[in-house]
Design a protein around this ligand. Structure first.
Ligand SMILES: Cc1ncc(COP(=O)(O)O)c(C=O)c1O
Length: 446
């Protein structure tokens, strides 16, 4: 028996039907703008489309929440970059956020030892006590902040999940979350997924994307959370003491929670990291999000931690226990070693990123029609190409098609990122040198 469909010219299914067949190869008939598909072999892709359409037509509708999540503006360029690479083109990728360094050997050794010791079973859902104690010791050592490892720390498979868990713990439907733009691409979708309403506040590139008093204008009676990310992805901005004071003032005045994403804290070239939770009166309303991905080059291990008020961490832990259960057992042995052990590798990587920044920024600014401000932290450059376009998708497309360089269009980080493309300098120096040569050539031809 063959399943058949009556399909309109636009591919929508009008009526499904079944026919008994002896030979599956026959033709396609046409009647008054409708196509009766009778040949499986001749119309395979047509049928694939039709089956998808049938599923959509006949089944109950899918999650409106997930369908409301905006598609990633980075996908188009990344797909194109992949297609060019697959076609054998020598594409230099500056689009990622993954350190090009290996995880330091002593951290890998700790995971191997844990595996050899049989640490392969369900761990405590909140994370092993050892890693939670390592987080608490770090918070005390580096910020003078006391957090109880048994109630105030949660270890999860990655900081991204922790941001989702924190927002889920804080928000009721319709609660507003202030998201400062340019923002990391996942912030807005995560707020929506957690049932909140993102209120995006554009920061000004002219003053280095600093947080200003204008943010207060976005506060309404529904505002519950402000998200801060310092050092920032994508701008590289590191908040000053004045900006931290401003966030604190806003939070205290309007009774807001602060979600402080500090995942790039170890990658600072100028200035000092400020842990917002350790400012006076902030511990009760601040959730610190951090993780191993960037500082320890551990993106694939999926390991991050949050510290904050016990009631909030408790709800986050409940979400974790009912969804992903826990981080993977033996990764946490490595994670504890990363936090407790020698930090030389972290410093070596920071210096390497700094050297790359110090090469790239003047090299790019020396090219007519290209502008780049030096970031104070993280491992990204926001680059403008007034000599090409103000449209970040167009710049990214030109870079890809004419210079074979994959970059992330600034619009992916919100309207405030428009006009820029983001280059990742978590990329080998030799690749960065080649990228500069290609940009020189591209701009010389303009
Ligand atoms: C600002 C920021 N926060 C959080 C994350 C998530 O890190 P992970 O889930 O790998 O711990 C990233 C990753 O790129 C990031 O850039």
């Amino acid at each position: 028996m063959l399943h058949g469909f009556i399909i309109q010219d636009d591919g929508r299914i009008v009526k499904p039907f079944f026919v008994l067949i002896a030979n599956p190869v026959y033709n396609v008939g046409q009647s008054s703008g409708r196509t009766v598909v009778r040949s499986f072999h001749a119309t395979r892709s047509f049928l694939t489309h039709a089956i998808r359409s049938l599923v959509e037509t006949l089944m109950k509708s899918l999650s409106q929440l997930l369908q409301s999540i905006p598609p990633s503006a980075t996908i188009a360029v990344n797909d194109k970059a992949k297609a060019l690479k697959a076609a054998g083109r020598d594409v230099i990728s500056l689009a990622g956020g993954d350190p090009d360094f290996e995880t330091p050997a002593h951290i890998v050794a700790a995971a191997k030892a844990a595996l050899d010791a049989g640490d392969t079973h369900y761990p405590p859902s909140r994370g092993t006590l050892a890693i939670r104690q390592a987080v608490a010791a770090k918070m005390r050592r580096e910020y003078g902040l006391e957090v109880d490892p048994t109630t105030q720390v949660l270890v999860s498979p990655g900081a991204k999940f922790l941001i989702y868990a924190a927002l889920s713990a804080l928000l009721n439907p319709g609660d507003e979350v202030i998201v400062l733009a340019p923002y990391w691409v996942s912030y807005v979708p995560l707020v929506i997924l957690a049932g909140g309403r993102p209120v995006v506040v554009d920061l000004d590139p002219a003053n280095g994307f600093a947080i200003t008093e204008a943010v207060a204008d976005a506060v309404t009676p529904r505002t519950k959370v402000i998200m801060v990310n310092s050092p920032n992805n994508p701008t590289g901005h590191v908040i000053s003491a004045d900006e931290a004071a401003l966030v604190r003032e806003l939070a205290l005045k309007h009774d807001l929670y602060v979600l402080s994403d500090e995942i790039y804290e170890k990658l600072i070239f100028e200035g000092e990291h400020i842990n917002l939770a350790s400012l006076p009166d902030m511990a009760d309303r601040t959730i610190t999000i951090n993780g191993h991905s960037k500082a320890y080059a551990m993106t694939g291990w999926r390991l991050g931690w949050a510290a904050g008020p016990a009631a909030i961490i408790g709800l986050m832990a409940k979400l974790q226990s009912q969804t992903v259960t826990s981080a993977a057992s033996f990764t946490m042995a490595a994670g504890a070693e990363a936090l407790n052990g020698p930090q030389d590798a972290v410093e070596e990587m920071r210096l390497a990123y700094k050297a790359r920044r110090d090469f790239m920024v003047p090299a790019l600014n020396a090219i007519p029609g290209v502008e780049c401000r030096p970031p104070a932290g993280a491992f990204y450059l926001m680059v403008r190409f007034p000599g090409l376009s103000d449209d970040s998708m167009e710049i990214a497309n030109i870079l890809l098609e004419e210079a074979e360089i994959a970059a992330t269009p600034g619009i992916a980080f919100g309207q405030a990122g428009e006009g820029h493309v983001r280059f990742s300098i978590a990329t080998a120096m030799s690749e960065l040198e080649r990228a500069v040569e290609r940009i020189e050539k591209l701009m010389a031809g303009r």
